[in-house]
Design a binder for this molecule. Structure first.
Ligand code: MTE
Length: 322
């Protein structure tokens, strides 16, 4: 498939759309050219209504330690503007994503751990105390939301797994079923499954959150049911959806987007307004539900909580993004 479009850096920002993406197999194989996330500013079509699904309510107390300085993004907007490439490389994947069957769902924890296990997602959730946290969510494409996530600290899963000495990273993997997600079938040039990684230290940071709900209910299919990550100091592509596996390892995982374009979507991917994406600025972001363009904050406003993780890195500005 070859989509002949103007490249997104060739056109004015106001004209950029999700389809501003330019993609072909040869470019990906060559690891060159404009591949990947769109820098897009598409409009929100309220196509999928919150009433159209059957998610169960989750009663989770709000953890007041995680507050926002902005109002929450309305649920309808969040339900209709999603990146989930397994269902297509555009934002309107909500309907197709309803093919996902988030239950039953088995999670595998393996690799360098004392307690490798395969566990049903609801049994896992049953072992954890879930809570609600209000988080910022900043996509590398320069749009942002604010979301009331429900979940549990990633640190609790690390504790349950019992990492062995020598383990440094956690590699996470999304389901890979072309029968469910037709984007996997129709876009065979992507390196499925979607993979992401964190250091164990990052996963143990207070902010790293494994999400099982949002807006008071089980998390919607298009938002990554039944279990996804939220690491709000990093660009959104780190927050992998619909996770099936956590592997503890001593090797740094190579993530999905990094395999495609390591100059644009690097492993660390911490939000940094001072380091532009090669094709657009990261100094500002568009708040999705107001359309306002506001300054982007270092570590997406979470500098106090996470800067210590990277204190040993020498050239902070550069290393954070590349
Ligand atoms: N996880 C999977 N499995 N597949 C994806 O395409 N997209 C990422 C991330 N997690 C993605 C994913 C990107 S680029 C972003 S910005 C966020 O999910 C979007 O999350 P949202 O749709 O809930 O806003």
């Amino acid at each position: 498939m070859l989509i002949k479009k103007k490249k997104s850096w060739e056109i004015a920002e106001r004209e950029a759309t999700p389809e501003g993406i330019y993609l072909n197999r040869r470019q990906i194989m060559a690891g060159a050219g404009a591949i990947g996330l769109a820098g897009a500013l598409g409009t929100v079509n309220g196509a999928f209504a919150a009433t159209e699904d059957d998610r169960l309510a989750i009663n989770a107390p709000r953890n007041e330690a995680f507050q926002l300085d902005r109002e929450l993004t309305p649920e309808d907007i969040n339900l209709n503007y999603n990146n989930f490439y397994e269902f297509g490389s555009h934002k309107e994947i909500a309907r197709d994503a309803q093919a996902l069957e988030p239950r039953p769902w088995e999670i595998t924890i393996d690799g360098m751990v004392d307690n490798p296990t395969k566990i049903d997602v609801d049994d896992l959730i049953g072992k954890m105390a879930v809570e609600e946290r209000l988080y910022r969510h900043r996509c590398v494409e320069a749009w942002s939301m604010t979301v009331p996530w429900i979940g549990f600290p990633f640190a609790k899963l690390v504790e349950m797994a019992g990492p062995q000495s020598g383990a440094k990273y956690i590699r996470m993997e999304t389901f890979n079923d072309p029968g469910v997600a037709r984007g996997i079938k129709t876009q065979p040039w992507y390196p499925w499954p979607y993979v992401e990684g964190l250091t164990i230290e990052e996963a143990q940071n207070d902010l790293a959150f494994l999400v099982v709900g949002a807006y008071g209910k089980q998390v919607a299919d298009q938002m990554g049911a039944p279990l996804r990550l939220a690491v709000p100091w990093k660009y959104g592509f780190k927050s992998i959806k619909s996770i099936v596996k956590f592997t503890f390892t001593d090797e740094r995982p190579v993530s999905f987007w990094e395999q495609l374009q390591d100059k644009e979507y690097a492993f660390w991917a911490n939000v940094n307004p001072e380091v532009p994406h090669p094709r657009w600025t990261q100094a500002t972001e568009r708040v999705l539900h107001t359309g306002d363009r506001v300054p982007t904050l270092k570590f997406n406003g979470y500098e106090e909580q996470v800067a210590g993780l990277y204190a040993d890195m020498q050239d902070l500005g550069d290393l954070l993004y590349r």
